[in-house]
Design a protein around this ligand. Structure first.
Ligand SMILES: C[S@@+](CC[C@H](N)C(=O)[O-])C[C@H]1O[C@@H](n2cnc3c(N)ncnc32)[C@H](O)[C@@H]1O
Length: 410
């Protein structure tokens, strides 16, 4: 048998009985895919790991708390034999053979009648990798091949053209704070499939350089807006390109719905009858402080964090922020777009009761090579911003969490 290659096949296990013998690490690794396949899973094992037990508690599998007994495999379509008792494994695999049940054995691949491939999924495709024969089995190697293929499909370095027509439309993609590794897997895949990308100044600009030359990259800040507002001109550009049947990615910094005007674009597209997908992104409000060693919450220090826009001063009649109430909160205050107005903001917070000694940190260009952190207090922050020439984009963090991280290494 060892001389012949295994025959690859996809089992459709929905509603079909699958018996798993042994509730240890092997079962823990294999069960999620069997559950996802909709199999009717019976686990036979006196013990189980806490994760396997949780699957039984959640009703995802039926757990019979006892050792394997002859007859357990009689009604199964497929079996996974993974007890810690080699003798029980042999008896079970003999029973599987008798009943013609395909079975995987965790202790001896040579004696098994089926092998589990290394699998991964990307955008509705399952990649499964098997070695050709038992002698060549090298699970780490197959897993590495699987990783390379799945990763390549996800990040677009392995391009597999779709032969069915893609649905044109717009994807509003949150690109994260700037580091190209901090975009989501879905965002990166959509970017790799785009015909047109309309990008903001903030976000993972480095990813744009990797796009194939046929992709039209448009800088949102440079879209001429003549008699329109800039946002309207961006909406129109999205609509026009989508109407031409193109796949359009609107790449935004952070998350599209955190001070990103994302919903305005969603609404404009809906009014024009254009399909739109929204892909969340890692917001700078949490990730940029984190990248500079500041957690927005910390046990015993801050049980809340509030994210505020500082783009208009507290005394500006357009401001919708209740600064006097914010001054009374004990938690963390995170301010975006606040560098220009931080002097007025600090003054207002202190005037309404916040201690002038409250720690403040400004993190400029977070997660990029140019990241820098400047520390101050509410009393000193206006002067520090001037003296240190802190420039947007920066996230400002106000609160005791600023000081909870370890000192940076010298
Ligand atoms: C228009 S808001 C967009 C926020 C974005 N949607 C998000 O979720 O991160 C722009 C502000 O986000 C903050 N910001 C975004 N990326 C940043 C980064 N890499 N470093 C520091 N601040 C950043 C700055 O306060 C900047 O002025």
């Amino acid at each position: 048998m060892a001389e012949h290659p295994a025959y690859p096949v996809g089992l459709r296990l929905f509603g079909r009985r699958v018996v798993v013998l042994g509730g240890g690490q092997v079962a823990q690794r294999r069960l999620p895919a069997l559950i996802a396949a909709g199999a009717d899973i019976v686990l036979v094992s006196p013990e189980a790991t806490p994760s396997v037990e949780a699957m039984a508690d959640a009703g995802e599998i039926t757990w019979e708390k006892r050792p394997y007994a002859d007859g357990d495999l009689a009604a199964a379509w497929y079996a996974l034999i993974a007890t810690s008792d080699p003798e029980a494994n042999s008896r079970a695999s003999a029973e599987a053979e008798r009943h013609r049940v395909w079975c995987v054995r965790s202790d001896d691949a040579d004696l098994a009648t089926a092998w589990t491939p290394a699998t991964g999924t990307s955008a509705g495709v399952t990649v499964a990798v098997l070695t050709t024969d038992a002698r060549g089995r090298d699970p780490r190697h197959t897993a590495a091949i699987r990783d390379a293929v799945v990763e390549g499909l996800r990040d677009g370095t392995l391009v597999a053209p779709h032969h069915r027509t893609r649905t044109p439309g717009v994807a509003l993609v949150g690109g994260g704070p700037g580091d190209p590794d901090l975009i989501t897997v879905r965002g990166r895949r959509l970017l790799a499939e785009a015909d047109v990308v309309i990008a903001d100044r903030l976000g993972p600009r480095d990813l744009l350089a990797e796009l194939p030359s046929h992709v039209e990259v448009i800088d949102a800040a440079k879209i001429p807006y003549g008699r329109y507002m800039a946002q309207e001109a961006i909406n129109n550009a999205l609509i026009e390109h989508a109407k031409q049947g193109k796949s359009v990615v609107r790449l935004k910094g952070g998350d599209p719905f955190v001070f990103g005007r994302g919903m305005e674009e969603v609404q404009a597209l809906a009014e024009a009858g254009i399909a739109c997908t929204v892909v969340p992104g890692i917001s700078s409000s949490i990730s940029v402080p984190g990248a500079a060693g500041i957690p927005v919450t910390h046990r015993g220090v801050a049980h809340e964090f509030t994210v505020v826009s500082g783009h208009v001063a507290p005394d500006d009649e357009r401001s919708l922020v209740d600064w006097p109430s914010l001054a009374k909160l004990t938690g963390t205050l995170v301010i975006l777009m606040g560098v220009d107005k931080i002097g007025k903001i600090a003054e207002t917070l202190v005037a309404h009761g916040k201690s002038p000694e409250t720690p403040v940190a400004l993190v400029q260009e977070g997660t990029t090579a140019a990241q820098r952190r400047v520390d101050a207090t509410l009393a000193t922050v206006a002067g520090t911003v001037r003296a240190e020439d802190v420039k947007p984009p920066a996230v400002i963090v106000i609160g005791e969490v600023v000081n909870v991280g370890p000192e940076p290494a010298a």
